[in-house]
Ligand binder design. Structure first.
Ligand SMILES: NC(=O)c1ccc[n+]([C@@H]2O[C@H](COP(=O)([O-])OP(=O)(O)OC[C@H]3O[C@@H](n4cnc5c(N)ncnc54)[C@H](OP(=O)(O)O)[C@@H]3O)[C@@H](O)[C@H]2O)c1
Length: 317
């Protein structure tokens, strides 16, 4: 059911006020929805700190943004590879040195549909390592400043959360037995989404209501995602799909994360994305989330496991 409160066009950046004086930290802005989110926030006067793995691409991104928006924009980057916990920790340290305030941390970066099982330096299957554990650590380390700022954490998930097994494969998290790129991607996105609602539960329990945590997804958007990490077959398939009306622009794909990062009085319990057919395209708003993504027993176990795996205990005090 479309529970859109924003009219027939859904939420669009036209509804976003000036973001002057606000600071946003975004992962993965060298292309796709992250680039568009950075561009739109900068166009509204915000300060944007981009966390990207590729230095050259980051510099080119700044140049492109300046060409489009002028040299006065307040944009910078810090190098961070989500595939390496040491890099995430260094980047978080740099962020804390550079800024004292975060209105929203947007966890946007990801890899997807990696055709063969790759193990990160820290010992995890690459998609859960980058998408979930990388962001889990980043969030834990930046949480104190986000809390102080009464800010938000926005996680960019995927409808893929519902396209693999409907739980976390605790007995074989790395898919040693039966790896497929799709199953591993789906699990990583499910893990990211479950962590949003688990963090909300934990904050609620300790009476913290100033920080807001949101889950969203970009539908089916024409970005570099599959080209960067998918197999030749997936690239061909998505290449064809990009020509069809079942996909939308990267800009539209950025609207859900922008809404979650800026819109006032947005219900944290919701799940936000395009509300059209299959939730791939269409007006942006809240829409149905399958119950398994909010399973409290699994989410709690995942959270405890994530703290153990990353060695990071969240400090809510
Ligand atoms: N496009 C879709 O249809 C779709 C559908 C569902 C969900 N999503 C989600 O949307 C989000 C944005 O993806 P996108 O579609 O915009 O893809 P994209 O164009 O490939 O952008 C992904 C960004 O993540 C960065 N990244 C990848 N691995 C990284 C790492 N190890 N450390 C730091 N940054 C890294 C990429 O940097 P490089 O330039 O260095 O590669 C790039 O900036 C992702 O969370 C994805 O799961 C997309």
């Amino acid at each position: 059911m479309n529970t859109n409160n924003y009219g027939k066009d859904g939420w669009t950046p036209e509804l976003m006020n000036s973001q002057s004086g606000k600071t946003f930290v975004i992962t993965g802005t060298t292309s796709g929805t992250g680039f568009e989110a950075a561009r739109i926030l900068l166009s509204k006067g915000a300060k944007v700190v981009m966390l990207n793995r590729n230095v050259k691409k980051s510099e080119e991104t700044i140049k492109t943004l300046q060409q489009q928006l002028g040299n006065k924009i307040d944009v910078s980057y810090i190098q961070m590879d989500l595939a390496e916990q040491a890099s995430v920790k260094n980047a978080a340290e740099e962020v804390l040195k550079c800024i004292t305030h975060i209105d929203a941390l947007i966890c946007n970066a990801a890899i997807a549909q990696v055709p063969t099982q790759n193990i990160t330096r820290d010992g995890w299957e690459s998609q859960i390592g980058v998408n979930h554990f990388g962001h889990f650590t980043l969030q834990a380390l930046l949480y104190p400043i986000i809390e102080k700022s009464k800010g938000r954490i926005v996680t960019v998930g995927s409808m893929g959360y519902n396209m693999g097994i409907k739980t976390i494969k605790f007995d074989d998290l790395n898919w040693d037995k039966d790896y497929t790129g799709n199953n591993a991607y789906s699990q990583s996105k499910l893990a990211q989404i479950m962590s949003v609602y688990e963090l909300q539960n934990r904050l609620e329990k300790v009476g913290k209501s100033d920080v807001k945590i949101y889950a969203c997804h970009p539908g089916s958007s024409r970005t570099s995602l599959i080209d960067t990490s998918g197999s030749l077959m997936m690239r061909l398939m998505f290449g064809l799909m990009k020509l069809s009306p079942f996909t939308q622009s990267a800009e539209k794909g950025a609207y859900p994360q922008l809404m979650c990062a800026t819109e006032e009085k947005l219900d944290q319990k919701g799940f936000y994305g395009p509300t059209g057919r299959s939730y791939w395209t269409g007006p942006v708003g809240a829409h149905h989330l399958e119950l398994h993504a909010k399973d409290k027993t699994v989410s709690k176990r995942l959270w405890d496991l994530s703290e153990k795996e990353t060695g990071l205990k969240w400090n809510f005090n």
